[in-house]
Ligand binder design. Structure first.
Ligand code: ZN
Ligand code: ZN
Length: 418
C-alpha cells in the first residue's frame, strides 16, 4: 500500500469498517467453527479483507483464502492482449471454487470495483470476455444459486467507485461519503448492528409470510411506461432477508438487502416495461431500457444508452430473454431515500422494485432443495448463464396480486406496500 492509498483509506471510519467485517462473519455468513472461507475482493478492499480474516479466525474458521482482482491488471488485458485471448476464462480457478463449495467452504464476495471500468473499451471484446467468464463460472455459480453453502456479499468504498458516485468531490471526501452510505445501508452505523439485523430480518419475514399465504398466480404492474403481467412459477416461494442454505446454515446473502423476491413463470410474462434506473453491467452502463414480453420472452428491446451491450446480453442463451426473479422493494427503503445512484446492483436493486433476466433461484420454490432441474423447469423456473437485475419501480408503481380465479388484491400503491 502506498502512502497515497493509506491517506485515502484513512477517510473510512475504522470502527464501522471493523463492525462490517464482524457483521459479514456472524450474520452475513454465520460462519461455523471449522468451516473454510473463500473471499473474493478487489485489491483496494484489502483493509476489509484483513478485518474479515481476523473475525473469521476468531469464530474458529478453518482456512481463509482470499482471491484478489485488480483494475489495472484488468485494463492491461484490453490494452495489450491479443484479440484471440478474449474467449478465455480461468476455468481452472472456478473448478477449484466449485470443489471448495462442494467441501462446504463458505463464500464471501466483497464488491468495490469501479463500475465504469470497461466503459471505454471495445464492447465486442467486453461481451466475449464476459460470456467466456459466465460459461467458466457456471459450475461454481450453480452451487451459489442453488444455495448449497452459506454465502454473503458486502461492499468496500474503493476510490475508483467513490469517484463515480461523487464526481464533484475531492477524492478523500468522495471515499468518506461512499463509506458513510455503505455503512448506513448495511446498518453498521449503530452500536449493535447484529440486533438491528435481527429486527430487519423479522420485518422481511412478515412480508414473505403474507405473500406466501396469498399464493398469487400473477402480479400486474401498472404505472407510467408500464403495463406488465408477471405470472408466478408453480410452487413459488417468496424469500427475503435471512434464509437457510442446503448445508443447514442460516445466513444473510446480501448486505444490504431490502427486497422480498420469488420466481416468475418463464413462459407467462406479457406486456411492456421501462427501466427506472441505469443498470451497471460489467463495466458498462445500460440506461433507458424498454422491452416487450410475449409468452415470457422479450420480443423487442431498446436502450437509450448501451443498447449494443444489452442486445449481446439478451443473445447469451435461450433463457437470457426470460425472467428468473421478481422482487418487491418499497420506494421508501433507506437506499432509495439516500437518493444516490451507486452504479452497483447490490445497492441499487434495494432502491426499487426489480426483475432479473436469466437464471432463477431454486430456493424460491416450496421445497426447492428437493426439486430436480427438470422439475424446476416444468414449474416455470428459468435457466440461463446470466442473472441480471434491473429496476422497474418508482414512486408511481402500482401492483396488484391476481389469484387463480381472477380476484385482485392491492400489493403496492404509489411505490409502497398497500
Ligand atoms: Zn433481487
Ligand atoms: Zn437478482
Amino acid at each position: 500500500m502506498t502512502v497515497y492509498q493509506r491517506s485515502i483509506s484513512a477517510s473510512i471510519d475504522p470502527v464501522k469498517l471493523d463492525r462490517l467485517a464482524e457483521l459479514a462473519t456472524k450474520v452475513g455468513l454465520q460462519l461455523k467453527a471449522g468451516q473454510d472461507l473463500l473471499v473474493t475482493a478487489p485489491t483496494a478492499a484489502l483493509p476489509l479483507v484483513r478485518k474479515v480474516a481476523e473475525h473469521a479466525y476468531r469464530v474458529g474458521a478453518g482456512l481463509v483464502t482470499p482471491i484478489l482482482s485488480d483494475e489495472t491488471v484488468t485494463l492491461a488485458r484490453y490494452r495489450y492482449a491479443p484479440d484471440d485471448g478474449f474467449d478465455r476464462a480461468a476455468g481452472w480457478l472456478y473448478d477449484g471454487m466449485s470443489k471448495a463449495f462442494a467441501a462446504n467452504t463458505a463464500r464471501l464476495a466483497i464488491v468495490g470495483d469501479n463500475p465504469m471500468l470497461l466503459a471505454g473499451e471495445n464492447p465486442i471484446k467486453v461481451a466475449r470476455a464476459s460470456k467466456a467468464n459466465s460459461v467458466a463460472y457456471q459450475p461454481a455459480l450453480e452451487k451459489i444459486v442453488n444455495f448449497d453453502i452459506n454465502w454473503n456479499i458486502i461492499a468496500y468504498p474503493s476510490l475508483s467507485w467513490a469517484k463515480q458516485v461523487f464526481p464533484e468531490d475531492e477524492e478523500d471526501v468522495a471515499v468518506a461519503k461512499l463509506a458513510d452510505a455503505i455503512f448506513a445501508a448495511s446498518r453498521v452505523d449503530n452500536d449493535d448492528p447484529i440486533a438491528a439485523w435481527e429486527k430487519h430480518n423479522a420485518t422481511l419475514r412478515n412480508r414473505t409470510e403474507w405473500l406466501n399465504g396469498q399464493r398469487f398466480s400473477a402480479l400486474h404492474y401498472f404505472g407510467p411506461g408500464m403495463d406488465l403481467t408477471i405470472g408466478l412459477a408453480e410452487g413459488h416461494e417468496w424469500v427475503g432477508g435471512a434464509s437457510t442454505a442446503k448445508n443447514g446454515i442460516t445466513c444473510n446473502p446480501n448486505i444490504p438487502t431490502e427486497e422480498v423476491f420469488t420466481t416468475p413463470h418463464a413462459r407467462r410474462v406479457s406486456g411492456h416495461v421501462v427501466s427506472t434506473k441505469p443498470l451497471s453491467y460489467q463495466g458498462s452502463l445500460i440506461d433507458g431500457i424498454a422491452v416487450r414480453f410475449e409468452e415470457g420472452c422479450i420480443v423487442a428491446a431498446k436502450a437509450a444508452r448501451g443498447e449494443e451491450v444489452l442486445n449481446k446480453v439478451l443473445d447469451t442463451d435461450e433463457g437470457a430473454r426470460r425472467l428468473g426473479e421478481v422482487a418487491l422493494v418499497p420506494h421508501s427503503s433507506p437506499i432509495s431515500k439516500s437518493g444516490l445512484l451507486f452504479f452497483n446492483t447490490l445497492f441499487d436493486e434495494n432502491a426499487a422494485c426489480h426483475i432479473a433476466l436469466g437464471q432463477c433461484y431454486s430456493k424460491c420454490f416450496v421445497d426447492g432443495a428437493k426439486l430436480t432441474p427438470e422439475q424446476i423447469a416444468a414449474q416455470g423456473g428459468n435457466k440461463s448463464l446470466i442473472h441480471i437485475d434491473w429496476m422497474i419501480g418508482s414512486d408511481q408503481t402500482d401492483i396488484d396480486g391476481i389469484h387463480a380465479d381472477g380476484r385482485r388484491v392491492p400489493v403496492f400503491r404509489k411505490g409502497e406496500w398497500a
